[in-house]
Design a protein around this ligand. Structure first.
Ligand SMILES: [Zn+2]
Length: 214
């Protein structure tokens, strides 16, 4: 049996390990937060229309305290590349969601616990890592194009492999996919508008308010 001195030493060692782990975690988290960039500053030609900064979304309430789009630097670079690709075709990217605080993810999941449509906050969404975007297409005048369903529409039409699209919507989805994958994003089957930056999948999940980012 360990004597009192040994037990005390173990407690102190355990506390030190916890402190170092916490410090390492939080240092990485603060570093990730401080690196985030405003996508519209990186590319002023992006159309930033965050639906969660208004009440016009599937939750029916304003969830964000700021309408700026923050992303990890590499993700913002990819978005700029995708937009440049589309502008050559006479179109523009509309960005409907970027970084999303974890607390907002929890609110969404409480209301709609549907993995595949709303990510489980225990795992975190790539939006919480500032490494995902929701996007659609607009023409040069900023008018949104027919994509076959609305962004965040909970129906079969939202699937990227939905077979009943009009030729126009199919063409637009393919063009969006070409631009985003060319820039380095990956798509998912359940939501045609959602694209992940694979380089950010190991970044920390964040819960800082958007208004507090600069
Ligand atoms: Zn998304």
């Amino acid at each position: 049996m360990a004597d009192a001195g040994t037990r005390r030493l173990r407690r102190v060692s355990g506390a030190a390990v916890l402190a170092v782990t916490w410090l390492g975690c939080c240092t990485a988290l603060f570093a990730a937060q401080s690196r985030l960039v405003d996508a519209s500053a990186a590319d002023p030609t992006l159309l930033i229309e965050l639906s969660y900064a208004t009440a016009d979304n599937f939750m029916g309430e304003t969830l964000y305290d700021d309408d700026r789009c923050f992303l990890r630097p590499g993700t913002a670079d990819k978005l700029k590349e995708a937009n440049a690709f589309l502008r050559m075709a006479g179109m523009r990217l509309v960005v409907c969601d970027c970084y999303r605080p974890l607390s907002v993810q929890k609110r969404m999941f409480r209301r709609f616990p549907q993995p595949g449509l709303v990510a489980d906050p225990r795992k975190g969404s790539n939006h919480n890592r500032a490494a995902a975007v929701d996007v659609c297409l607009a023409d040069n005048d900023g008018l949104r194009l027919d994509m076959g369903s609305g962004v965040d529409e909970f129906s079969e039409k939202s699937r990227s492999d939905y077979p009943g699209l009009s030729p126009e919507a199919l063409k637009n989805r393919r063009l969006l996919n070409d631009a985003m994958t060319w820039a380095g994003f990956t798509s998912i089957t359940t939501e045609w508008w959602h694209y992940n930056d694979p380089d950010g999948r190991k970044d920390p999940v964040m819960d800082v308010a958007i208004k507090d980012l600069s």
